[in-house]
Structure formats: structure tokens, C-alpha cells
Design a protein around this ligand. Structure first.
Ligand code: EZ4
Ligand code: CO
Length: 404
């Protein structure tokens, strides 16, 4: 039996903050997990350091399900982003260890590849429609089969999804206090169909087109958006309404055939249960790092399969390369894969995280290194100390706080 002999938490900021849990066994094998919760990083670091790491020492490193249940049920206080991100980090680190001991990449432990590669979508954005079209072109030229389109809304200072500068990464967290963005639902609803029309007119229908509403609409507004986008055959619209109110999706559903995706802020199978079993969504976007790791996300996708709901895992840049790689393994192995978000990471991350995934012809593959296939360089991480960064807040034109 290999026991856990050490568990350490590393907070590092190569461009943005990442929290990494490293577990070592009595056989000298190490595994890593992602414990990053954007804008609340230190809460998870403390949850792990102060309350979880001491409980791991001496446990059998190979009893992953037992450790998951022990941390979930044993804490008494269940669910919530901090708890579930911490459990996810332990879970992924233990799967990493199991893969290394077996000499197999994680996807082989999960049943092997169910497809050749993982279809990912890139993030095109623009301050104007011509800039957005140029950016869509850039992704299509690189072989992407799916692209998310987000453009600035005329009259609004800054909206979700507008990338600052070049590169692929949209990183909204910045500054030691949250910045303030502005919002006008009417202006947005009037404008979005015109730029989706421009995208389809220029590039046709030979690739998948996606859009993130980022929780900003009421149910009837979301229904209107879905209807108005039907001619452009979206792959999905994401987070059309804040999903605490799950009945809302029934109303949206009754009005539109535009597919619905939701779940990037979900933490557990229970957040997904109603939406999946009532067939209110088409894609479930829960992530490895925020929804309890591979062990829990695998159950979410298994629940979704008989209801015709497919995976659409969150893959923003604040999910570290560790959980992104874990997601690729899961995507490759499940029967009901739908689409994987790929935002890429800010340049410089490679110094801290050495990855073995590949991208070719629009498909990603996690690689065949044992475990999850990401190496964490502690010395490099130590060169980039934690730097407070917050997500923006959103206000309507009259100053009311709105969903961001
Ligand atoms: O705003 O991950 O689809 N992707 C997203 C992301 C989220 C960030 C929040 O940390 O909605 O850009
Ligand atoms: Co999103």
C-alpha cells in the first residue's frame, strides 16, 4: 500500500493566479491537482492547507473514491465552490498518481479513447464587427472547427468577452479591486444577431459557432435571444440566465431551438440533476476543478448520457493547465462528449506547467504521458508570487449592480 506522506499547496502567478496541490506518496510518486478559484484563490489554499492536507497524511493514495467520500461527507458541510474546488484538487492529484503508478495516461484508466481527439472552440472577439471577423478568420486559419464570437456592444464601455490586446486568452481578472463594467440588455439584444449574421455571411456554416451570454438575461429575454439567433445555427448559447433559478430554462426551452449550455459555476451533480433529467439543457459545462474533480464530473456526464445531454466543459484560462489536461482525458473517454472550451493560458505558464497535450486540425489530445501529463515546476512557481486579482463587477446605466 502506498500512503500519502506529504501534501503541499502552491500559489503562483505566472500572469494570473493558480493554486496547485501536490501530493507525495510513500513510494516517492507525486501527483498534482488544480485548486484555483478565480478571485478567491487564498480561501481554497487555506481550506486545503489548514483543513484537508493534515487529513490526507497516512491515507492509502489509491483509494480515490473513498477519499472523495471522506472529504465530502466527512466535513459535514457540503458543496459550495471552495469545498468542491479543494476536493477536486485532491481527486485530480490522486488520479495523476494512479496513472503514474500504472504507467498509463488517465484516459486509459477511464476506459480508453472513445474518439480520435477532443473538439475545442477558440475565443474570437472584437471591439468592432470587422475586428471580430478578422479574429474569427485567425481561428479558422489555424484549423479550429468551432469558434465563440463576442463583440463589444456599441455604446457600452466594456462587456464580457472583449479581449484586451492580442493572443488567445481572455483574462478578465485584474487589479487589487474589481473593475466596473457597464451593461444595457436592450442594446445587447438588438446588436448580437447582427454580428452573428455577419460571421455566417462571411464564413458560411462549415464550422460551429458559439456565444456566451454570461448570466445577463431574464428568462424571456433569453428566449428572445435564442429565437433571434436561430438563423445562424448556434452550437450553443451559454449561461443565458443565472442558473440558480433552474425553472427559467423551461421557459427558454419552450420558445427556441437554439441549444442551451450551462454549468461553469456548478459544483456538484445536484446542481445538474434537475436541468439534465428534465431535458432543459443540451450541454452541461461543469468543470473538473470546480465540480469535485474527475470522480464527480464523470458521474455528472454519466447522468447526462441517457437524457441526450452532452458535455461542454468549462476551459477558461483560470482553470490551470492541470485541470484543463484532466478535462481532456475525460473528454476523450466519455461517450457523450459535446465540445471543450479552450481559452489557452497567458504566455509564461509553460515555465511553471509543462504540458504534453497537442492541438491538430481543431482537435486536442491529452498525450500519452502517465497520469494527467502535466509537470509542475515548484522553483519556477516560487518566482511568481500571488498577486491579488479580482473579476469585474457589472452595473446597469442607472448604477444598479447586475450579473457579471
Ligand atoms: O468568466 O472563467 O466561458 N467562459 C467564461 C469565463 C469565466 C471565467 C471566470 O473566472 O465564462 O471567461
Ligand atoms: Co462562460
Amino acid at each position: 500500500m502506498a500512503t500519502i506522506t506529504d501534501a503541499t499547496v502552491h500559489v503562483t502567478c505566472p500572469g494570473r493566479n493558480y493554486v496547485t496541490l501536490k501530493i507525495t506518496t510513500s513510494d516517492g510518486v507525486t501527483g498534482i491537482g488544480d485548486a484555483t478559484l478565480n478571485g478567491r484563490e487564498l480561501a481554497v489554499a487555506s481550506y486545503l492547507r489548514d483543513h484537508v492536507c493534515p487529513l490526507l497524511i497516512g491515507r492509502d493514495a489509491h483509494r480515490i473514491e473513498d477519499t472523495w467520500q471522506y472529504l465530502y461527507k466527512g466535513a459535514y458541510w457540503r458543496r459550495g465552490p471552495v469545498t468542491m474546488t479543494a476536493i477536486a484538487a485532491v481527486d485530480v492529484a490522486l488520479w495523476d498518481i494512479k496513472g503514474k503508478v500504472a504507467g498509463l495516461p488517465l484516459y486509459q484508466l477511464l476506459g480508453g479513447a472513445a474518439r480520435d481527439g477532443v473538439t475545442v472552440y477558440g475565443h474570437a472577439s472584437g471591439d468592432t464587427v470587422p475586428e471580430l471577423l478578422q479574429d474569427v478568420q485567425r481561428f479558422l486559419d489555424r484549423g479550429f472547427r468551432a469558434v465563440r464570437a463576442q463583440a463589444a456592444v456599441p455604446g457600452l464601455e466594456r462587456v464580457y468577452g472583449q479581449r484586451k490586446g492580442g493572443g488567445d486568452t481572455y483574462e478578465p481578472a485584474d487589479g487589487s479591486l474589481p473593475s466596473v463594467e457597464d451593461w444595457d440588455t436592450g442594446a445587447y439584444l438588438d446588436f448580437v444577431p447582427s454580428y452573428m449574421a455577419a460571421v455566417r455571411e462571411k464564413f458560411g456554416y462549415g464550422f460551429q459557432l458559439l456565444h456566451d451570454v454570461h448570466h445577463r438575461l431574464t428568462p424571456i429575454e433569453a428566449a428572445r435571444l435564442g429565437k433571434s439567433l436561430e438563423p445562424y445555427r448556434m452550437f450553443w448559447i451559454e449561461d443565458a440566465t443565472p442558473a440558480e433559478d433552474q425553472e427559467a430554462f423551461d421557459l427558454i426551452r419552450r420558445h427556441t431551438t437554439t441549444p442551451l449550455a450551462v454549468g461553469e459555476i456548478f459544483n456538484s451533480v445536484f446542481d445538474c440533476q434537475h436541468l439534465i433529467t428534465r431535458r432543459l439543457i443540451d450541454y452541461v459545462r461543469a468543470s473538473v476543478s470546480h465540480a469535485g474533480g474527475v470522480t464527480q464530473l464523470r458521474k455528472i456526464f454519466a447522468l447526462a448520457e441517457p437524457y441526450g445531454v452532452r458535455s461542454g466543459s468549462h476551459g477558461a484560462g483560470d482553470l490551470s493547465p492541470v485541470s484543463f489536461a484532466a478535462a481532456l482525458h475525460l473528454d476523450l473517454s466519455i461517450p457523450n462528449f459535446g465540445m471543450q472550451e479552450y481559452m489557452a493560458h497567458l504566455p509564461g505558464y509553460e515555465e511553471v506547467f509543462r504540458t504534453s497535450w497537442t492541438f491538430e486540425d481543431g482537435l486536442m489530445h491529452p498525450g500519452d504521458a502517465p497520469g494527467i501529463g502535466v509537470e509542475f515546476d515548484e522553483d519556477a512557481a516560487a518566482r511568481y508570487p500571488y498577486s491579488p486579482k479580482y473579476l469585474p463587477v457589472n452595473r446597469l446605466r442607472d448604477g444598479s449592480v447586475h450579473d457579471w
